[in-house]
Design a protein around this ligand. Structure first.
Ligand SMILES: Nc1ncnc2c1ncn2[C@@H]1O[C@H](COP(=O)(O)OP(=O)(O)OP(=O)(O)O)[C@@H](O)[C@H]1O
Length: 204
């Protein structure tokens, strides 16, 4: 299914961060960087309706406020830096759609039988991404999606994410620290400075 909705933040404010207004077009990746503690994760949580905030968020012509929070979160899917798991085994969290991409992410099908408790932080991170994208979202919020991965795996996950983002036309907000990664994946780059979002027009 191809999503063709923009994600629109209209005067969104959470915590110390000044009001944010952004339009992320279908298939676009907007990277957000900034110092530790500047509010990047809280902003994503507000967009996902996981944190009290003022202002509005729209997915196409659907307002966040018009949907029950759990329905909104199924469409505007947050992949937090530290994923949550609620069942014992990996497979219990996955839909059938996850199976096709297992190998691309470096797993054999046996991973579905693994206990969540044995997963390394990098395995958890890759499987949390797979879990999110296999649930047919309409927009993605990625909080440092490669933070626990080595360079080779990071590049592989970046390429995989870019390809499925383009294929599905998801608007994406991607929190990142690595300038190289931002250079590779961002259509636009915003940095949090003095509690406000400032566009970085040249980030080579
Ligand atoms: N529910 C909350 N209520 C009040 N303050 C909070 C809450 N959650 C986080 N904070 C504070 O808000 C600030 C921003 O936190 P946030 O997690 O968004 O930072 P960040 O930019 O993602 O940082 P990092 O790069 O270290 O992950 C921090 O000072 C944090 O302690």
């Amino acid at each position: 299914m191809t999503a063709t909705h923009s994600l629109r933040l209209a005067r969104l404010a959470v915590g110390e961060l000044a009001e944010v207004s952004l339009i992320i077009a279908p298939g676009e990746v907007h990277c957000i960087s900034g110092p530790s503690g500047s509010g990047k994760s809280r902003l994503l949580r507000a967009v996902a309706d996981l944190e009290p905030h003022s202002g509005e968020v729209w997915l196409g012509d659907i307002a966040q406020a018009s949907l029950p929070a759990h329905v909104w979160r199924g469409r505007v899917m947050l992949v937090p830096a530290e994923s949550q798991w609620w069942e014992d085994s990996v497979g219990e969290h996955m839909t059938q759609d996850a199976l096709t991409d297992l190998e691309t992410l470096g797993f054999s099908p046996e991973v579905l039988g693994w206990q969540v408790s044995r997963l390394s932080s990098g395995e958890k991170q890759r499987l949390a991404l797979l879990r999110a994208i296999s649930r047919a979202p309409s927009a993605l919020l990625l909080d440092e999606p490669t933070a626990n991965l080595d360079e080779v795996t990071t590049r592989r996950i970046e390429a995989w994410l870019q390809s499925i983002i383009r294929e599905h036309g998801w608007p994406v907000i991607w929190v990142a620290h690595d300038p190289g990664q931002i250079q590779r994946v961002a259509d636009r780059h915003w940095r949090i400075e003095a509690s406000g979002l400032v566009e970085v027009t040249r980030w080579a």
